[in-house]
Design a protein around this ligand. Structure first.
Ligand code: ATP
Length: 453
């Protein structure tokens, strides 16, 4: 691994994200807020395409999964029962010299004792637990009785609504409930751009099953999820399924995989796929006193279902998509001289803009009119972008840099001025190969839709 090259690559990615409007620092004009990020015009499209595709694959394409959208604030009792109030902690050490707050595993262990990695100081507190949940108060009074937390994961809403959803959906085991939403963790060290944030989004599926099916479904979901990442353009060689060893696994889990990706800053978790047994539903059943059992009509048995949970991070996946897509190659400039080209090689399925439409010249009214007609023709099918400013090569380059997979140019041949046979045809250019083909305008929607989906 070339650490210097990887660090440089990451710097270029962060700067491109800001320059082209993918990701900005939150509250930037006030100096930012650590661990929080805003998605700009292109970032929001990328994120939305990812979430929509996940929803499509996990909910719409299946008979056995339904969706929900739970509230971020929940009764505090939920977090007591789930174990988060007592155990969702990282052990922390404070450096009394530089006031840095450090995770215990960041402290340097030396022969003479422990040392602060920040200032080298040795005056450190003993480790103490630091709860990662953000506290808040519901209602006018700010005391223990009104305390709750911003949810640190979306899953708990699914568990506490299990019975309602079972009744309304009339699903039989195995079946799942899916949800996409914000989660908040007061991470001690937000870092690596958006990778470890304090506010982020999760895409979670709780797939309920019988006890005997858990291990098989764990493997099933691992493979489904790996396939998903490949289908959004993440290369298989950079994806890794790590079997979490017994000593690292939550005590209630019978098996867990981390799906990891080779980011420029190292191999890191994108998603966890865990067989959580009947722990979550049992905890809520015991704490609430309400039955969360399933009645099996065939065997006439009642039992608390087990669950397999694929839990993915939206922001981490967006970051992986950008890291995977970023590349530099060479393309000819206006005079045919080769120049460096930055290109985001997004899979067309998730690219923010699917097709850019250019009139060859902006001051030739018939070209502009035709180009705008093509925009109107494509708009019902996909997100298109119209651009008439600057030389055509520059316009291509701007689209390459934001990962637009297709470009359509309206030229004099489109108007039938040179060759009547070419009337109502345009050049269709493909981003990665830069190959151009001549296609009929009326065929464009069909061609593009088939290449995008
Ligand atoms: P990590 O070990 O990296 O802190 P985790 O094991 O605590 O992650 P889970 O609780 O399994 O994470 O959450 C499921 C998914 O949610 C993670 O795989 C990740 O994609 C996402 N996620 C968790 N914490 C963060 C965070 N601080 N910032 C961005 N995404 C996160």
């Amino acid at each position: 691994m070339d650490f210097k090259a990887d660090a440089q690559r990451m710097e270029k990615i962060v700067s491109l994200c800001k320059r082209r409007g993918f990701i900005f620092q939150s509250s930037e004009i006030y100096g930012g807020l650590s661990g929080c990020w805003d998605y700009g015009p292109l970032g929001v499209e990328l994120k939305r395409n990812l979430k929509n595709y996940w929803w499509h694959v996990i909910v719409h394409e299946r008979d056995d999964v339904v969706g929900m959208d739970g509230s971020i604030l929940m009764n505090r009792a939920v977090w007591k029962a789930s174990g988060h109030e007592d155990t969702f902690t990282d052990p922390m050490v404070d450096c009394r010299s530089c006031k840095a707050r450090l995770r215990t595993d960041q402290v340097i262990e030396k022969k003479g004792g422990r040392q602060c990695p920040n200032c080298g100081g040795r005056d450190l507190t003993e480790p103490r637990p630091f709860n990662l949940m953000f506290k808040t108060y519901v209602g006018a009074t700010e005391d223990e009785s009104s305390l709750t937390y911003l949810r640190p994961e979306t899953a708990q809403a699914i568990f506490v609504q299990f019975k309602n959803i079972l009744e309304v959906s009339r699903k039989k085991l195995p079946f799942g409930i899916a949800q996409i939403g914000k989660a908040f963790r007061n991470e001690i060290n937000p870092r690596n751009f958006t990778f470890r944030s304090r506010e982020f989004e999760q895409m979670e599926l709780e797939y309920f099953c019988r006890a005997g099916e858990g291990m098989r479904l764990l493997d099933y979901w691992l493979w489904e999820r790996l396939k998903f990442y490949e289908n959004i353009g993440i290369s298989r060689e950079k994806l890794h399924a790590r079997k979490v060893p017994d000593e690292e696994r939550a005590f209630y889990s019978k098996g867990t995989y981390d799906i990891e990706y080779d980011f420029p800053f190292g191999r890191q978790e994108l998603e966890g796929v865990a067989y959580r047994t009947d722990y979550d539903l049992s905890q809520h059943q015991n704490a609430s006193g309400k039955s969360l059992e399933y009645f099996d009509e065939e065997t006439k048995q009642r039992f608390v279902p087990h669950v397999v949970e694929p839990s993915a991070g939206v922001d981490r996946t967006v970051l992986a998509l950008i890291c995977e897509a970023y590349s530099e190659d060479e393309a000819p400039d206006e005079k045919g001289k080769m120049e460096m080209r930055i290109v985001l090689r997004f899979h067309p399925r998730i690219a923010p803009i699917k097709c850019a439409v250019f009139p060859l010249l902006k001051n030739k009214e018939p070209l502009v009119t035709k180009a705008k007609e093509i925009v109107a023709l494509l708009r019902p099918h996909m997100y298109v972008f119209y651009d008439e400013t600057g030389a055509i090569g520059r316009r291509y380059r701007r689209q390459d840099e934001i990962g637009t997979p297709f470009g359509v140019t309206v030229d004099f041949e489109t108007l039938g001025e040179k060759d009547a046979a070419l009337r109502d045809t345009v050049t269709l250019r493909e981003r990665d190969s830069m190959k151009q083909e001549r296609v009929l305008v009326k065929d464009l929607p069909g061609i593009l839709v088939s290449r995008i989906s």
